[in-house]
Structure formats: structure tokens, C-alpha cells
Design a protein around this ligand. Sequence first.
Ligand SMILES: *Cc1c(COP(=O)(O)O)cnc(C)c1O
Length: 371
Amino acid sequence: MDEAAFSALAQPGLQRLRAYDPGLDLVALRQAHPGLVELGSNENALGPSPAAVAAAVAALDDAHRYPDPIGGGLKRALAAHHGVSPGQLMLGNGSHELLMMLGQTFAGPGLDVLASQFGFAVYALAARAAGADLVQAPALPAGHAMARGHDLDAMAAAVGPRTRLVYLANPNNPTGTWVPATALEAFLARLPPTVLVVVDEAYMEYATEPGLVSAVGLLARFENLVVTRTFSKAHGLAGLRLGYLLAAPGLVAVLERLRESFNVNGPALAAGEAALADTGHVERVRQANASEREALADALRARELAVSPSQTNFLLVGFGADAAAVEQGLVARGVVPRPMAGYGLPGCLRITVGLRDQNRKLLQALDEVLA
Ligand SMILES: *Cc1c(COP(=O)(O)O)cnc(C)c1O
């Protein structure tokens, strides 16, 4: 039997699902291009905190033991960091796992999951894996100041009696755009309390706009709010797979029924605690990203390219009909961006903000390709 034949045996929701596309085969590309400039996955250009790496290595001495099944140490540290109680926290094997579990737990056949057009790809996976229907609210137009960003009015208008879950990234991937905390609060106030709103803050540490602050402060007012965070981006621990969510204790208790007992490994738990404590490292990451993000956006705009506003560690750049050729030309020169056709943006590439030298190599390769 081939894939189509086995697919017919799968749950109805999975029959219409396609696997997450992780991008190019980087292992082969690294061999072909020593010094490959990898700007396709929004990884942290400065890497992890050395203290986090040391903690993970030390934890390997206990590799024969199961990890703490509740991650108590890390949860207490996160609770103190965010000003919540440990019972409001749940840890995940990356926030991807938590986003999927939210769908498995609260969505299902006959229910709608709402996201924005140009929302993060995992939301569609989470909806369909649960057998629910994905409803996409139209995004703001490309010409809007917050180009292709979330249109909260359109999202609120798309909420109906079947809507159980709303996924919304702030700031958003792949657009880089954001909604101010005040707008998010007004949006939450418009929804019935039985509609759960998941605010994915994977990039929140990179935010520099004063109006863009975490929704964690809204948890006390809205019991239907879930905030997800990750150690993969600003903490530079994508390879260890560690994320978490914050929500009402009752909601966390229901999600816990589905959680695999040892979903987060020991080195990740140890690294997470050390990374959270190394506030100096996160601050250096934030500042380096903010200045390089601005410089790179300016350099791209100087080449008459359309660059969306970004509060993340990447830029969405418009190349029009040339996008696929530009991508190929960059990869041939050892620079890897992320094509966006899968997001319905065939004219755009998403480019992670790298170190200064990497950004220089990107611009040099781009000038050769565009010449
Ligand atoms: C990178 C990213 C995540 C984080 O995924 P992890 O599973 O925690 O590595 C979550 N949401 C968005 C929007 C992202 O871009």
C-alpha cells in the first residue's frame, strides 16, 4: 500500500493533512557550503547562554534516570519570572507540542478553529489533526502599515457558535507584525468565555515597541486566555525542545490529562532554568537583534524591496515574481532564506536576522543575484 492507501485508513482529520515542511535539507547544504549562512528558521544568531549549555551537559550525568515528570524547578522559576502560580504553567517539548495538545484537547469534529490568514503553519495542523475545521480570517492588506498582520476586527467577526479555539501569534510568524496589548485586550473582551484564545508569544522577547507587551498580564482578567512561550528563539535552545504555556489552573489541569509523562527531558529542564536566570544573555540577544534588524531592514529597503514591519528576529521581504529565482540564487551562494509559497506568499522570502557578518554576506549574495 502506498501513502494514499494508508491515508484512507487514517482518522478523517489526518486524511486532509500534510506534514509540516521544515525547509531545505540543511545537512546536505552544510556539506556543500562550509560556512553556510542559515537564515531560514529564525534561530538565535548568538546561540544559547553558556550557563544553559553547562547545565544541560551536567544533567547528562543523570541520563539513566527519568526526568522530573512535572518539571517543578523550572515551573517555580517561570512562575516567579511571570508573576503567576506554578499551577498556571505547563511545559512542552517545544511550544509546538503544546499548540497541538490544545487542539487535541479542545477542538474536534464539528468545531471550528480560528486563525488569521498568514498565521503560523502549526495552527492549521493542530486544527486538522483534531478533526476540526480551520477558519481563516482575512489579514490586513499588504499595503496597510501593519502589512498582512492580524485584523482583530475580522477575527472577532469570524467567531461563531462552532468556534472553540482561536490561535494568534503576537508578534506573528511569518509576517513579523504585531498587535498592541490594548487591542488584544479589547479583542478578548468581545469574545464569549467559552472561546479559548491562544496567544503564541514565541518572539515576544524580541519586541522593542512600547505598546507591544505580553498578554500574561491579561490572564487574571480572562480565564479563556492561554499564552504560549518558547525557549527556542531568544533563549537559543531550539535543539533542546522546550516551551511552556500559561493559563487558568483549571484549563492546565485538563491539558495535563493528555500530556505524555516525561515530555520534557532532563537536560532541557536544567538548561531552561539556567537560561531564564541568565538575563544578561537574553538582553544581549535582544539588543543585537534590534540593531541588526533595523540595519538589515534599512539595507533591504535601500534596494527598493518591500520589507514588512517586524518585532521579531526575521523580516518578511517582497521580491514579486523573482522570489523563487532569488531564493535559488541565494542558496547557490550559501545563504538560506525561507520561501513563503506554502503560506500563500509566493512573492516573499522570510529572512532571519543574523550576526552582522552573516547579514553582510546575505546582502552581498542578494546584490549578485539581483544584478
Ligand atoms: C518558532 C515558533 C514557535 C516555537 O516552536 P517550538 O516548538 O517552541 O520550537 C512557536 N510559534 C511560532 C509562531 C514560531 O515561529
